[in-house]
Design a binder for this molecule. Structure first.
Ligand code: 13P
Length: 339
């Protein structure tokens, strides 16, 4: 394991004022996103859309890394440059989603375990060859009646650590993503308790499986009220609960935490990140690894029409910039109107 390279890459991914673009929607997920704008999900449309995002002028000021789906890693820009090369040339670290998705967990009704460990060592070698320098694996934890079970938490934590250890062996920085879903009717207190259990289990496994904490990035959910909960915690409450939980559970050797947006609106995801960074007391860098909250406006502006490329890129740049500012606590709501 080349520790130096891992540490340098991880630091770069969470450098102050920059964050990660999650553009690694699987074929099924990108179809859903394209359905919402009535665009057919062909390989060329997927390529054209990612091309638009990755070639956005100035994006590298606020974007440190981009997570790609496997198909995208082997695609090129319109002028034939491999996306991984384009990104690296722009000082944006290319990454790759390597899990095979969350599948029903045997003996645990309503819960999942993320698959994709078999053959992962060989795949990682190929992805590294193609230019990927970090990877992502997403575990999904569901809150519900009697859920999550300790069984599901432990099984997912174990798989996350196995993935992370294999990545580091291959010289690839693992993004460790244990996502507690935010779409149920639970209170923020329940989200806090579950997130704490999940993070504790995850870091216990990472330690057992000898993962170098300095050479990874954590991608957690924020501690937040469930979408269906009648009482929605405000921005300060979310920022405080999230920071408190992370400080209790995440060793300071981890260089950075890059949040997922998980269905929060664009603006709310930015406000939460900004509120945490305005407190200025965290031992790790706190940034974003947003999918929907970075892309929603750009996707809509594009609408599948290449004539809209420039407006779509402007929309993406605007979101990237405001999140970049939020990553150092310099965002203000007035900046939204400047769009
Ligand atoms: P969202 O920010 O849309 O939740 O996506 C981030 C991601 O990569 C989830 O795995």
């Amino acid at each position: 394991m080349d520790e130096r390279t891992l540490v340098d890459t991880a630091k770069k991914m969470v450098a102050p004022g920059r964050g990660i673009l999650a553009a690694d929607e699987s074929t099924g997920t990108i179809k859903k996103r394209f359905d919402s704008i009535s665009v057919e999900s062909t390989e060329e449309n997927r390529r054209a859309y990612r091309d638009l995002l990755f070639t956005t002028p100035g994006a590298e000021e606020y974007i440190s890394g981009a997570i790609l789906f496997e198909e995208t890693l082997y695609q090129n820009t319109s002028d034939g440059t491999p996306f991984a090369k384009l990104l690296a040339d722009r000082d944006i670290v290319p990454g790759i989603k390597v899990d095979k998705g969350a599948k029903p967990l045997a003996g645990a009704e309503g819960e999942t375990v993320t698959e994709g460990l078999d053959g992962l060592r060989e795949r990682l070698a190929e992805y590294h060859e193609a230019g990927a320098r970090f990877a992502k694996w997403r575990a999904v934890i569901t809150i519900g009646e009697g859920l999550p079970t300790n069984y599901a938490i432990a099984t997912n934590a174990h798989a996350l650590a196995r993935y992370a250890a294999l990545c580091q062996e291959a010289g690839i920085v693992p993004i460790v993503e244990p996502e507690v879903l935010m779409d149920a009717d639970n209170t923020i207190e329940v989200c806090e308790a579950v997130t704490r259990d999940v993070l504790n289990a995850t870091f216990a496994e990472l330690a057992k499986q000898r993962v170098l904490l300095e050479g990874m990035v954590l991608k957690p959910n924020m501690v937040i009220s469930g979408k269906q909960c009648a009482v929605q915690a405000d921005v300060e409450t979310v920022a405080n609960a999230t920071l408190r939980t992370l400080k209790r559970c995440v060793p300071s050797a981890v260089p950075g935490i890059a949040f997922l947006s998980g269905g929060q609106s664009d603006e709310l995801a930015t406000k939460h990140l900004d509120a945490m960074n305005k407190q200025g007391s965290a031992p790790w860098s706190l940034t974003f690894s947003y999918g929907r909250a970075l892309q929603a406006a750009a996707l809509k502006a594009w609408g599948g029409n290449s004539a809209n490329t420039e407006v779509a890129q402007k929309a993406f740049f605007h979101r990237a910039k405001l999140n970049g500012l939020a990553a150092t606590g310099r965002y203000s709501e007035a900046m939204e109107e400047a769009a």
